[in-house]
Design a protein around this ligand. Structure first.
Ligand SMILES: *[C@@H]1O[C@H](CO)[C@@H](O)[C@H](O)[C@H]1NC(C)=O
Ligand SMILES: *[C@@H]1O[C@H](CO)[C@@H](O)[C@H](O)[C@H]1NC(C)=O
Ligand SMILES: *[C@@H]1O[C@H](CO)[C@@H](O)[C@H](O)[C@H]1NC(C)=O
Ligand SMILES: *[C@@H]1O[C@H](CO)[C@@H](O)[C@H](O)[C@H]1NC(C)=O
Ligand SMILES: *[C@@H]1O[C@H](CO)[C@@H](O)[C@H](O)[C@H]1NC(C)=O
Ligand SMILES: *[C@@H]1O[C@H](CO)[C@@H](O)[C@H](O)[C@H]1NC(C)=O
Ligand SMILES: *[C@@H]1O[C@H](CO)[C@@H](O)[C@H](O)[C@H]1NC(C)=O
Length: 515
């Protein structure tokens, strides 16, 4: 067994600018990535729960859910609403925080003045997770009774539905939600290392503590606090992927051999969920589902993350690099083994289920990061049949996804609210649909807001930067509050996009005049 502490940052963090594929044509179809990045981060202010600070820029939102945690004698005020409703689902919230942190670690030096805003978005999550993990050997998994919440359509500021706290413990464990929170703490501890060392130390300490809890008391929160988790954020892919993801982040943050050994010894134990392709045919891969990545499955994220420190180390590269390469080949349209996604006629990537743009943004993020690691080691990916994928090609591919989302698509529609001349006006989001307290200070009860949902006009409040679920597979889009899979934004669509946009902002400085 390896026991030496490995250098976990063997590759430069700064991505080498990959200018090779930038053609006149691609420049012409480019967008203002600086503007998109600012808005992408601003969106998180619209999802804030708790006491809003004086620095709040999205001012139509007000304080909400100020008694969260009182049912279990805890202070659980803060954090983020996951999407268009008012529940605090800590599992996807933690994934969001991990991805915001990873975005800053890889691309923060390209963000300019938005770096500070991105760090504040992370801290809004981590401050809350410190509260949610404040009692040893327990982790709060969800706040807000999801069924109660979904039966009313109130503004967060007016909520009078049950704010039940669902807590996992030694006896009723939840390894996926706990290990994802541990990952978020470890990743964010690196973000704050230079600017706030005390906070960074606190986050790292808590990460180790929560990871130990997650690993020692194993079980799925499906079984422990299922009323709070299912069917909304049921864990379908098991918890081994989160344990490995958490350990990988802890290794990156600490360099401690124990975490690296944990990853190497358990990487073959990931659940082999049967993943089906678009036609419903089972697609099986060794070592679990290496093509999956999102709030539920961390599989390809683990391989790409770990590849940073094993890329040039043949003794340790297996199975990570092989699996990261398989991931690449399962996506790129020219690859003979491309079978984990489909493409709309306009070129947008699709996977089954709703909220499709989460796949486009999170896969784009992983491909961008992998392109950087490949470039730094002169690596290419061979997909067979003489198809060789270069880092430049990954950037070119990702740019296609980014530009589609920002408006280069058959409808000419930007799927980011407030970006470009044409964007969704009737998104599925309570705060955006109902009037602000500024306009309507009176309480609006459970169904009192229905009239606003049924209105033909645009939403009353602009949730700037929100990326919605996105178009159908034929590139059509129904701008309707009731088409939830298409018109609802989620925090985990935006979080990886923050890193991707920072990269393209730096790649096209001519669109972003220096101030
Ligand atoms: C891009 O957006 C930024 C921020 O909104 C703005 O300052 C800049 O002028 C825009 N650039 C162009 C070329 O329109
Ligand atoms: C950081 O922690 C150290 C040791 O606990 C303490 O002395 C110091 O005042 C703290 N610094 C800040 C800025 O809080
Ligand atoms: C880390 O956490 C442990 C357990 O809660 C605590 O005893 C210890 O003082 C903490 N260390 C630091 C540096 O915060
Ligand atoms: C969680 O619940 C879903 C739906 O009931 C089920 O399909 C899945 O296997 C469960 N996951 C675990 C890890 O128990
Ligand atoms: C790989 O392992 C072999 C055999 O233990 C060793 O000789 C070699 O130096 C190792 N290579 C690296 C890059 O660590
Ligand atoms: C990708 O490269 C091809 C070939 O050079 C080019 O036609 C296409 O416009 C590029 N796509 C993007 C989004 O830049
Ligand atoms: C496009 O797909 C949507 C959703 O499947 C469907 O309702 C619509 O009829 C299709 N439109 C066209 C023009 O094929």
């Amino acid at each position: 067994m390896m026991s030496k502490i490995m250098c976990r940052n063997t590759l430069p963090r700064v991505l080498i600018i990959l200018a090779g594929m930038i053609t006149a044509a691609s420049l012409a179809s480019s967008h203002n990535y600086t503007d998109a990045l600012s808005k992408c981060i601003l969106f998180f202010e619209g999802q804030r729960s708790g006491n809003l600070p004086p620095s709040q820029r999205m001012t139509w939102r007000k304080d909400s859910a100020l008694k969260d945690g009182s049912d279990v004698g805890m202070d659980l005020v803060g954090g983020y609403y996951d999407a268009g409703d008012n529940v605090k689902f800590n599992f996807p919230m933690a994934f969001t925080t991990t991805m915001l942190s990873w975005s800053v670690l890889e691309f923060g030096n390209l963000m300019g003045s938005d770096l500070q805003q991105a760090m504040e978005a992370i801290r809004w999550g981590t401050d809350y997770f410190l509260k949610a993990t404040n009692v040893p050997d327990s982790v709060v998994g969800v706040v807000g009774d999801p069924i109660g919440d979904h039966s009313c359509s109130q503004r967060p500021e007016d909520m009078d539905t049950p704010r039940t706290s669902y807590v996992v413990t030694k006896e009723k464990p939840g390894s996926e939600v706990s290990a994802e929170i541990a990952a978020a703490f470890a990743a964010s501890s690196l973000v704050f290392k230079d600017s706030d060392n005390n906070y960074s130390t606190l986050l790292l300490n808590r990460s180790m503590q929560v990871f130990e809890f997650a690993d020692k008391y194993r079980g799925s929160y499906n079984d422990s606090i299922g009323e709070g988790a299912c069917p909304f954020y049921c864990d379908f892919s098991g918890y081994m992927d989160e344990l490995l993801w958490g350990a990988s982040w802890l290794y990156k943050a600490t360099g401690a051999a124990d975490y690296w050994n944990y990853v190497r010894e358990n990487i073959d134990k990931m659940e082999s969920t049967v993943i089906r392709n678009f036609n419903g045919d089972p697609v099986s891969y060794i070592n679990g589902a290496v093509t999956e990545f999102g709030w539920d499955s961390k599989h390809s994220g683990i391989n790409v993350l770990v590849s940073q420190w094993v890329m040039t180390d043949p003794n340790n590269s297996s199975p990570f690099i092989l699996n990261a390469d398989k991931f690449v080949c399962s996506i790129l349209p020219e690859s003979p083994t491309q079978k984990s996604v489909t493409y709309s006629p306009g070129g947008l990537l699709f996977k089954p289920g709703g909220s499709n743009l989460q796949h486009s943004t999170s896969i784009s993020y992983l491909l961008m990061v992998y392109a950087g690691y490949m470039k730094a080691t002169n690596k290419v990916v061979n997909c067979g049949n003489n198809v060789v994928i270069t880092p430049d090609r990954l950037v070119n591919f990702t740019k296609g996804q980014v530009d589609y989302i920002l408006g280069s698509n058959p409808l000419g529609m930007s799927y980011m609210v407030g970006f470009g001349p044409q964007f969704p006006q009737k998104i599925h989001h309570r705060g955006s649909v109902l009037p602000s307290l500024d306009q309507h200070p009176q309480h609006i009860d459970c169904r009192g807001g229905d009239v606003y949902w049924q209105s033909q006009g645009p939403n009353l409040n602009l949730l700037t930067g929100a990326i919605v679920g996105g178009p159908a597979e034929n590139d059509t889009f129904q701008d309707s509050r009731y088409n939830v899979p298409q018109s609802e934004p989620t925090t985990y669509i935006n979080a990886p996009f923050v890193g991707v946009l920072a990269y393209f902002k730096s790649l096209f400085p001519q669109l972003n005049p220096r101030k």
